[in-house]
Design a protein around this ligand. Structure first.
Ligand SMILES: [Zn+2]
Length: 683
């Protein structure tokens, strides 16, 4: 790929150049980057093993000369120059002690009262002054993007309960509060204590102020520099009450658009199924960012050798990034120990070899359009409203829904966070929605797990859900022996004696089930049977309500029930049937065929649809069947070849039934060769 041509698949390489080997590493960049197809270098400053804690102005002043040199060399190659200071508040202490270098610094105090040694509280003026001095020097090099790390966060060990935080909180509520009192109030089981909401609002305000403060330092010096934000997944950011709208506006006040770097997880390769997380992180983070945000997904590899990640897995993460519409990949696959990139030459070769192919995907997926599937929920205010159980810590404020996303995608039901004919609500999610919003969901297609159904019943929506009553869920052990879920209802694609195991989520018996009493007019789809196959409890129900909506309740508490044992062929048929029924035959995409663990997507652009399929198992799929609800007729289907060319697809058969296009692809698809099709619709 020549740089004279447009690089749709933008490669932004994040790279450390430690001082002890600076010249050699810079020379290598100049030599290798054009060959690797890299469009932008993001210099990471003082990172990981050789980091010195919060960088001091004297050190940055010295390193600034090195940055000017990098920029000059990159300019000659037509490669953009950006910066990534590695520390904001700090990722980890790792034996460093900021209190020695920065007298008077307030480090973070965790909920249990532990004083961290290196991570700084955002309210501390010593830290703020150091940020102003060092970031001013960095901004003088005029980077294209200044990246803020995801250590700008207030959850996990970065949740701060120091005296500055407690003073601020006490002022907000007009009474003096101790750390112990505040933590106890936040973690109150059941109905949330009002202090929890106030604390999360305060954390959100502090973070928004911090974002504005950082952007101001940069823009005072370099008004053209864009701000970039690495983030840790919006479900996690619910623990700190992040208000994405205010936070991103503060970052981009004087220079839009925002650059966003969603985590793609999988820092080391484990299972192919880890890729469900990667694609979801792209979708849910995009949902939270302003329109026009430029995404560079985070491809990372810890600890940066092929022992942690193969080129194949790395390629698949890049393919997912571009398949799901991101503009670039921020590549952090080389170590921060000063090892030359060519010591792991296979990565650079893969980057260069795959560029034309990735470019061909990105050129189409970056066109305006919408990804379509069943709708999942995200709400910034989840942490404000969710009910905690006794013993839950701050982690309990993490938004529910991740395992449900993975279950649906695994069963061939693509997910989105935007409009859809059907919505899936689980766990405590609906606590954050108003009655009007819930009624709107009940007037469409809505799948509820036990916990979500319980929330709606408690809020008085039982008549629209199709339940007379629902009891709080209990672990299976407390019910005695329950053997299987029987998907018996032939009207919903089932059959008598079609059993699914109750040893869930894995081979244990820990899943929680709710006892439900079905209302008149509701249909039972599946039931729980005992060891003699006698029906004991209703398990799944379907109901058409007077709002014109359709609701399905599944009596499992998904957060505890979903896992490898929940999935299977019968489950796939059951869930796909239910989702299609909920959508009144309008589900944009369902995927079936001869294989397991698909990852598919559909993006609609004007008169064209891009269809994609990843196989997340080692066995090839022999046949893939796509159901695309669409009243239009298909004019032509093209397939992307391995060398990045779109060619007429001769191996896709097309049939149409009840407004649904049935596409069957009869060539094997292996894990390392995802497939992409362009579907042209008749006008
Ligand atoms: Zn603090």
């Amino acid at each position: 790929m020549s740089h004279a041509n447009q690089s749709y698949a933008w490669y932004a390489l994040r790279r450390s150049l430690p001082l002890f080997r600076f010249d050699e590493l810079l020379e290598e960049l100049v030599d290798c980057l054009p060959r690797y197809g890299v469009d932008e270098i993001i210099v990471i400053i003082d990172a990981e093993e050789f980091f010195h804690g919060h960088p001091r102005p004297e050190w940055i002043q010295y390193y600034q000369q090195k940055l000017f040199r990098i920029k000059e060399d990159m300019d000659k190659l037509g490669i953009a120059y950006s910066l990534n200071p590695w520390v904001t508040h700090g990722h980890a202490d790792r034996g460093r002690d900021a209190r020695k270098d920065f007298p008077g610094i307030q480090t973070i105090i965790t909920p249990d009262g532990t004083e961290l040694t290196a991570r700084a509280c955002p309210l501390c003026s010593v830290w703020q002054n150091n940020m102003t001095e060092t970031w001013t020097l960095l901004s003088q090099t005029q980077p294209k993007v200044m990246w803020v790390e995801d250590d700008i966060r207030a959850f996990g060990e970065n949740a701060c309960f120091c005296p500055l935080h407690l003073k601020k909180f006490s002022e907000r509520i007009g009474q003096s509060v101790s750390r112990e009192q505040l933590v106890e109030a936040i973690l109150q089981p059941g109905q949330p204590h009002p202090w929890r909401q106030e604390f999360l609002k305060m954390e959100s305000d502090i973070m928004t102020d911090t974002a504005a403060f950082l952007a101001q330092i940069v823009h005072d010096v370099s008004s053209e520099t864009r701000m970039g934000l690495m983030s840790s997944g919006p479900r996690n950011h619910c623990m700190e009450g992040r208000d994405w709208n205010g936070f991103t506006k503060a970052l981009t006040k004087t220079s839009a658009p925002l650059y966003s770097r969603p985590t793609m997880g999988n820092y080391w390769e484990d299972s192919m199924r880890g890729l469900y997380h990667s694609q979801d992180s792209i979708k849910i983070t995009r949902y939270c960012c302003p329109e026009g945000t430029i995404e560079h997904t985070e491809l990372e590899n810890v600890p940066f050798t092929r022992y942690s990640k193969t080129t194949t897995f790395s390629f698949l993460q890049m393919a997912i990034s571009f398949a799901f519409g991101s503009q670039g990949v921020a590549i952090n696959i080389y170590d921060h120990l000063g090892t030359p990139m060519e010591a792991e030459a296979h990565y650079g070769k893969m980057l260069g070899d795959k560029k034309p192919y990735l470019n061909a995907i990105a050129e189409y997926t970056q066109q305006p359009g919408v990804y379509r599937g069943v709708r999942l929920l995200h709400n910034d205010k989840y942490g404000h409203h969710c009910h905690l159980r006794q013993g839950d810590g701050l982690l309990g404020l993490t938004e529910d829904g991740f395992t449900t996303m993975q279950m649906l995608e695994s069963l061939g039901i693509p997910t989105v966070y935007e409009e859809s004919p059907a919505t899936v609500a689980v766990g405590q999610q609906l606590q954050s929605y108003s009655d009007e919003e819930i009624l709107a969901m009940l007037g469409g297609g809505l799948l509820l797990d036990a916990a979500a159904a319980e929330v709606l019943q408690a809020r008085g929506f039982g008549e629209h859900v199709g339940l007379k009553s629902i009891l709080p869920s209990k672990p299976l052990e407390e019910y005695g022996p329950l053997s299987a879920e029987e998907h018996f209802n032939t009207d919903f694609g089932g059959a008598v004696r079609e059993y699914m195991t109750t040893l869930i989520p894995a081979i244990d018996y820990k899943a929680r089930l709710s006892e439900i009493e079905v209302a008149n007019g509701a249909t039972v789809i599946s039931r729980i049977v005992d060891p003699d196959t006698n029906p004991v409890y209703d398990c799944m129900t379907a109901f058409e309500n007077k709002l014109g909506g359709r609701v399905v309740v599944h009596a499992w508490d998904y957060e505890t029930a979903l896992g490898v044992s929940f999935n299977g062929n019968i489950r796939r048929r059951q869930m796909q049937f239910v989702i299609r029924w909920l959508s009144k035959d309008k589900m944009p995409l369902l995927v079936d065929g001869d294989g397991a663990y698909p990852l598919a997507f559909r993006k609609d652009c004007a008169n064209r649809t891009i269809l994609g399929f990843f196989n997340l198992t080692l066995d090839p799929w022999q046949t893939v069947k796509f159901q695309l609800a669409d009243h239009r007729k298909i004019r032509k289907v093209s397939l992307l070849s391995a060398d990045g060319c779109w060619q007429t697809c001769t191996t896709m058969s097309i049939d149409k039934k009840d407004g649904v296009n049935m596409l069957t692809y009869n060539e094997p698809i292996s894990f390392d060769t995802p497939r992409f099709w362009l579907i042209e619709w008749e006008q």
